[in-house]
Design a protein around this ligand. Sequence first.
Ligand SMILES: Cc1ncc(COP(=O)(O)O)c(C=O)c1O
Length: 370
Amino acid sequence: MNSRIYLDYNSTSPLAKSVIDFLAKGDFSYANPSSIHKSGKDARRLINQVTNQIFQTFHLDPKVYDLYFHSGATEFINTFFQFKKDDAYLFSAADHKAALKQGEKCKYAYPISIDENGVLDIDQIKERIKAHLKSYPHSRVLINIQWVNSETGIIQDLSFLKEIKQENVFIHIDAVQSPGKIDDWQVLNEYADAYSYSAHKFGALKGLGFSFCKVGYPLEPLLIGGDQQAGNRAGTENPLGVMTIGLALEELKHYPRLEIRKLKDEVINLIKSNENLLLVSDPQNSNANTICFVDKHNRADGNLIKFDLQGLDISSGSACSAGSVEPSAALLAMGHEQYAQNGLRISLGPDNLEKKDLILEKLKKVIASL
Ligand SMILES: Cc1ncc(COP(=O)(O)O)c(C=O)c1O
């Protein structure tokens, strides 16, 4: 379709091939799944089928977790994090903005430190929980944990959840960057109260997502209106969008993780060959597709243009708003203040494998010029 080479899969992904084929056929359910006529029931059946598929994919029990479809992780993060007087909020400064901004809604919001390798300080989480619940025994502690960091690809080991889970401690896992990209993306830790996903990050349509939330979690609906999704998320459901989630998830089972990791290693070698550059994502503890690095002497804005001129779509480590590069939350949190505006992120995807040689040739040229 175009000559650009897309290396920005953490930002969003192209549609999965099965989704493109399905949409091209144009033969899909359009009825309102809440309607009681036959067409409505057919649409409901499709949503139920995909719901079952999602539970099976993640090996979860529908008696333990509810599943909600929504517009994406941002929506569910805003739904899950609603604070009562004296509740506390724990998060990391390297979290996605959707999670960071929840701190503005809470009187007791505590950023948890991460170390220079991007790993959360678990002792600090434990201490914060203990201190807060001692001062406010009838309050709750709500915690956001980003499983895989979107800027660096660094993976948090979630095995500590059992050490912090208590009756009045509620844990949301931002799992947006995990599907396909880490080995155990389908293995969820049941000490977490909720997991959120955005469909556009793994090949389904944009403006869609889903979350698991423990049965019994006192979810306050963000959108009120109709009684869809047991009144927890009002608004007509989207059977077409949900179908694309089912197709893209199925395709993810064949995600070429090893091949993508090999390509990542080759890109890392190029980065390491230039002493002006510093690799941020620890190859041992980051996902298969993300490479975050900084140019020690230059801001990301100018460097992005160099990649752009070679036809390579890459991203700065941080969010770009109004065309300018904001300091990277992850680099700041990891103690790289001096490089916070110099971060660059290459995030690979399955379609890159066909053009591997061309990608490496172009990257070699640009990286050597930095
Ligand atoms: C880690 C992470 N969390 C949450 C989000 C928010 O997802 P969405 O924009 O689909 O709501 C993103 C998207 O960039 C993300 O990468």
